[in-house]
Design a protein around this ligand. Structure first.
Ligand code: F0G
Length: 422
């Protein structure tokens, strides 16, 4: 049996009810299962022989008819062992879960394949979201695949160009607002409450988070069910950290893993309400009116899932940290140059945060750590170009290139044999 329940008062809602916040107390919802039934189902299932992907875990997903799944082949992303970073940072073992390998280049695809499949089950015709970029790119692609109308609200001038191109090319109705993400989210929530024909696919939608929990399942399976000590990831609206924690606790509850990693959330200094609350021992966040950071993906001042995120960090005995834009850019370069992984600035904040926490001694050097790189670097080429050395430009002559590369040296003297008599 599958249903939705309020995380605060426990009020239940049917699996097919379109509801985003508890009608009794206004808090967040989550999808719940009868885990005894699920365990029995798993015993008869061939899921462990399927390749790594979101839909390897279809038995753990709130979807009725697997033949109607809307998929672009999401999940199954690489877990890269980062030996050169280990040498630089001094941690025992470090892996990067590279979510840029997903079809639209970010972890959002895990949530959208499930969210859009649910939208089809619910027979909706239009989907809507607010976004700092990646959600809009992913929703636009999956809506196109499913033949649904797609509307996205984005903060004007504050989303990376690659993401904007994706939303536009997939045919979404793109609306830029003169405001930030938090305002955009408020508007789409209001619209979808008022006009039931718009199905909201921000991470407030608990079905989307069900897809995102597959990231945790994959990490467990890639570690042969001996999970790492810690998972470090960037936090914006706080859906992903909540989804990963749900996935980990579900695997634990089903006896598939026997210990839980510490969840460690990293936020940009100018947009860090959750990290500030955790670091000062508060149970509630104070939202930020004008969040600012170069990592536009996580430029969020009033994260909707803050309560779930604080619970994940506290229950797992994890941590939260803030990083500056400079630290983010340094980590982006470090990943690109020492591991061949090009990730967008928000994603690099996980490595920046790990570096900082190792330096302050808050993370033990003896740990096995996974950093989640949430989105591909090509999403935001502008930042990469602005912060890298400019390419050199010379005339199209071999001689110039030789000089440039320090190769110009006198040609070896050739001895010319002169025929007799000359
Ligand atoms: N990393 C990237 C690359 C993101 O795009 C986001 C969120 C996050 C991290 C943070 O994840 O919100 O679940 O805590 N991007 C959203 C968007 C807000 O609209 O694309 P979160």
């Amino acid at each position: 049996m599958i249903y939705q329940a309020c995380i605060a008062c426990g009020e239940r809602y049917g699996a097919d009810e379109i509801v985003y916040l508890c009608r009794r107390c206004g808090d967040l919802l989550e999808v719940r299962y009868d885990y005894d039934l699920l365990e029995a189902k798993l015993e008869k299932s061939d899921w462990q022989s399927l390749p790594l992907s979101v839909w390897r875990y279809r038995d753990f997903m709130p979807i009725r008819d697997p033949s109607r799944i809307v998929s672009l082949n999401e999940g199954g992303t690489g877990l890269h062992s980062c030996q050169r970073l280990v040498n630089l940072l001094g941690v025992k073992r470090l892996y990067v879960k590279n979510e840029g390998e997903n079809p639209t280049g970010s972890f959002k695809d895990r949530g959208m394949t499930v969210g859009i499949t649910k939208a089809m089950e619910l027979n909706v015709k239009s989907v809507i979201c607010a976004s700092t970029g990646n959600t809009s790119a992913s929703l636009a692609a999956y809506a196109a695949k499913a033949g649904l109308e797609c509307i996205v609200l984005i903060p004007s001038g504050k989303i990376a160009y690659g993401k904007l191109a994706q939303a536009m090319v997939h045919g979404a109705k793109v609306v830029q607002i003169q405001g930030n993400f938090d305002q955009a989210l408020k508007i789409v929530l209001e619209l979808s409450e008022k006009y039931k024909e718009f199905y909201l696919l921000n991470s407030i939608n608990p079905y989307r988070l069900e897809g995102q929990k597959s990231l945790a399942y994959e990490i467990c399976d890639q570690f042969n069910r001996e999970p790492p000590d810690r998972v470090v990831l960037p936090v914006g609206n706080a859906g992903n950290i909540s989804a990963i924690w749900k996935g980990l606790t579900e695997f634990n509850r089903l006896g598939l893993i026997s210990r839980l990693p510490k969840m460690t959330g990293i936020q940009a200094e100018g947009a860090a309400p959750i990290a500030r609350a955790i670091k000062s021992g508060k149970k509630k966040i104070v939202s930020i009116d004008n969040p600012e950071t170069i990592a536009t993906a996580i430029r969020i001042g009033a994260p909707i899932s803050w309560k779930k995120a604080i619970k994940a960090i506290e229950e797992s005995k994890g941590r939260a940290e803030t990083v500056t834009d400079e630290e983010i850019l340094e980590a982006q370069k470090m990943l690109a140059r020492s591991e061949g992984l090009f990730v967008e600035p928000a994603s690099a904040s996980s490595v920046a945060g790990l570096k900082k926490l190792l330096e302050t001694g808050e993370i033990d050097k003896d740990e096995v750590v996974v950093c989640v790189a949430t989105g591909h670097g090509l999403k935001d080429p502008d930042v990469a170009i602005k912060t890298s050395e400019k390419p050199l430009e010379v005339d199209a002559e071999t001689e110039f290139i030789e000089k440039l590369l320090g190769l110009s040296r006198p040609l070896p003297a050739t001895v010319v044999e002169c025929p007799d008599g000359m």
